[in-house]
Design a protein around this ligand. Structure first.
Ligand code: ADP
Ligand code: MG
Length: 682
């Protein structure tokens, strides 16, 4: 591509070896990478009236100091300084964290210019800058960068400014001109310049739109090219399916399929019969019955003489799937085995051998399935359950284990359909949008933690009626250790409380696998009536007799995760309950609890969640298989994603795209991604 952009950052005047090393900490090594290190927010130095400023917006105001600053210290390095401040007749509080050194500058009666974030409810500005007197700047919007090591936002501004000065006119445009013109978007050089140093908010938004479109277009081109290659690569197999066979298998199931399950089974059958390779995403809310759909698909593939593999994210889930699949398959003489980290030694060797020679046709496992020594005889179908938990790479490795096996990804992460189609642009999408008949709506309550005693009474009543209960302990970010400690404590308290009455099991990620298995088995056989657990039971666990789900510190979980957890109950005919123990402090936190009590529908919930959050880690961050967009946000910029997808489809299917010079850069980009290696195009 453009050689100038690939030059080392040291070719920017003022950046020496030392700075270059610092920049590496931000994964910046080339001029191009420096230019695309965009600000994550802007400081707004335009003076504003507090009445015009929304909650949590950035603001700059001028006012007079009304009180001596008071300082609180928390340990050696942390402190909070605050004082009263009068802005245009409005008395507010200004707070600075860890800047106790400002105290001499804050003199009662003096005028200051303060920049920071406005909290409308607490009438407080959390300050980031404090300047003497009234200070209005010409450059009102100033970039703030993520930094590391010794780098500061200020120094980055300087480097980026210099880089633009030297190389700004050489920034190449990868988006074809006709598209830029159609959408009235600026050139990339202009967009980069304005994203770093916008003359005003309008111009910054315009520049941002351009970068968002570019990121999405490239992403979708990759997806669509991949999809096209898949389609045209007729190496997929077309399976011989006996419909009598399939329907007799369905008939011997303990329940009739729902309409939605039937429809999805038909969609998959059509894929399996076609000479194309299936690459399908199956979405269905928790409890909608995805497992049985998977079983039917695997049955068909095995009957046609191939092997099938089911990959799941946790051991517990793998074991449970083995059990439920065995109940379907063993009567038919089809062997189902587990392959996970806990299967070791002779057993493992024996199973690997059976897979290699083709004696074993159905295997369920964790990521142990994608290890090098796992070799399949003729893998025909790969299914992944709760696919959002696997990275794209892991899915690819598994797929590569057979000769173009058909692939089905199952997920309970409710994503609005249109969004799913755009995000998983290389896949077909099926949706199970109907619950098995007779399901009762789970009643969800929000209780304050001090009502725990009453909750225990309630649990007791349900247990007396022969039911079982889960108690999920809080998830404390980045610390599995603390999670476990919490669960252990709660387990002890409950054991004492229910002593001699009920058995209380304990489950967490640190237990050895054999013990996990034993705990889970005891709970599913109702040998223990209460299961205290960390979030390891979040996905897929199926104990239909459990009717109570209590979630501690529910405000710490995301809505999608709460919904997943809630989905562990309500799996049988009995009325089930979910109790959220939470004391959220923020309005949004309270609203989230209310939403949980108001709807049971994962899709509605995800839409409300989007409204609340606007954007963010909706897809559970890194695991989603989405690239890290620098500027774009799939939720916030959803319309642009849809437009980019349509454009990518058109491009990839036009012969001009594959022949004409003006698309050369885009073609090169697709090939650079490596995704088409070995795939035949046009
Ligand atoms: P999920 O989609 O969350 O993976 P499961 O496949 O675990 O859901 O199914 C949830 C429960 O519903 C299981 O106990 C399963 O046996 C049951 N089930 C699935 N399909 C039906 C159906 N058509 N009628 C009645 N029960 C069903
Ligand atoms: Mg499931």
């Amino acid at each position: 591509m453009n050689e100038i952009m690939k030059q080392p950052v040291t070719s920017v005047n003022g950046i020496g070896e030392e700075t270059a090393k610092q920049l590496q900490g931000l994964r910046i090594t080339t001029v191009g990478e420096l230019l695309e290190h965009f600000p994550f927010r802007y400081e707004d130095y335009k003076l504003k009236d507090l009445h015009e400023v929304g909650h949590e917006e950035r603001v700059t105001v001028v006012g007079t100091v009304q009180s001596e600053p008071s300082i609180r210290y928390f340990g050696k390095k942390k402190n909070r300084l605050s004082f009263r401040f009068l802005v245009n007749q409005i008395l507010i509080t200004v707070t600075f964290f860890n800047r106790a050194f400002l105290k001499n500058q804050i003199v009662v009666g003096s005028e200051l210019t303060i920049t920071g974030k406005w909290d409308q409810h607490r009438m407080t500005i959390t300050g980031s800058e404090c300047r003497q007197g009234r200070e209005e700047r010409e450059q009102t919007i100033v970039p703030v960068y993520s930094v590391a090591g010794k780098l500061t936002t200020k120094s980055l501004r300087k480097y980026v400014f210099q880089a633009i000065k030297q190389f700004g006119t050489h920034i190449p445009d990868i988006v074809p001109t006709e598209l830029l013109e159609a959408y009235k978007l600026p050139t990339k050089g202009e967009a980069v310049h304005r994203l770093h140093f916008p003359p005003n908010a309008e111009s910054m938004k315009h520049a941002r739109r351009r970068m968002v479109y570019e990121e999405f277009l490239l992403f979708q081109l990759k997806m669509q090219a991949f999809r096209k290659a898949n389609r045209e690569n007729a190496k997929g197999r077309s399976l011989l399916i006996s419909y009598e066979d399939v329907s007799s298998f369905i008939q011997q199931l303990p329940f009739p399929l729902t309409g939605a399950q039937e429809r999805v089974v038909n969609e998959v059958m059509a894929d399996l019969r076609s000479p194309y390779r299936m690459n399908r995403l199956l979405q269905g809310d928790v409890g909608s019955g995805k497992t049985v759909v998977a079983a039917i698909c695997m049955y068909v593939v095995i009957k046609a003489g191939f092997q099938a593999a089911l990959m799941v994210p946790t051991e517990i889930l793998a074991e449970q799937h083995v059990q439920s699949l065995q109940s379907f398959f063993e009567p038919l003489g089809i062997r189902v085995e587990l392959l996970s980290g806990s299967v070791k030694g002779k057993k493992r060797k024996e199973r690997l051998e059976a897979l290699r020679v083709g004696e074993l046709s159905l295997v369920v496992g964790t990521h142990a399935l994608i290890q090098d020594d796992v070799i399949f005889h003729n893998l025909g179908l790969v299914i992944t359950d709760e696919q959002h938990r696997f990275g794209v790479e892991q899915r690819r490795v598994l797929r590569d284990k057979g000769e173009n096996p058909d692939v089905l990804f199952m997920t309970a992460t409710p994503i609005p359909r249109t969004l799913a189609i755009s995000v998983f642009g290389d896949m077909d999408v099926s949706i199970i949008d109907e619950m098995p008949a007779g399901r009762k709506v789970i009643e969800t309550y929000w209780a304050k933690p001090d009502m725990f005693e009453r909750v225990l009474d309630f649990i007791n009543k349900e247990l007396q009626a022969g039911r079982q209960a889960y108690i999920i302990c809080p998830l404390i970010e980045e610390s599995e250790k603390l999670d476990v400690q919490n669960a252990i404590d709660v387990h002890m308290i409950l054991q004492q409380h229910f002593q001699g009455k009920w058995q209380v099991g304990l489950m967490h990620g640190r237990l050895p696998s054999a013990e996990k298995e034993a705990v889970m088995e005891a709970f599913s056989k109702n040998e223990s009536q209460i299961l205290v657990s960390t979030t390891v039971v979040e996905v897929g666990v199926n104990v239909p007799n459990a009717t109570v789900m209590v979630i501690y510190d529910a405000e710490r979980f995301g809505l999608a995760q709460l919904h997943q957890l809630r989905g562990r109950v309500g799996r049988g005919d009995a009325q089930s309950y979910c109790i959220l123990l939470a004391d959220p402090k923020s309005e949004v936190g309270k609203e989230r609890m209310r939403i949980m009590t108001e709807t049971n529908d994962g899709f509605v919930l995800s839409e409300r969640d989007l409204e609340l959050r606007g954007s963010g880690d909706f897809f559970g961050t890194k695991q989603s298989g989405l690239p890290d967009f620098k500027v774009a946000d799939v939720v916030h910029d959803y319309r642009a994603l849809e437009v980019a997808r349509q454009d990518a489809v058109k491009l990839v299917n036009s012969s001009a795209f594959w022949s004409e010079q003006r698309y050369a850069d885009l073609r090169e980009y697709i090939h650079e991604q490596g995704i088409l290696d070995g795939q035949k195009l046009d």
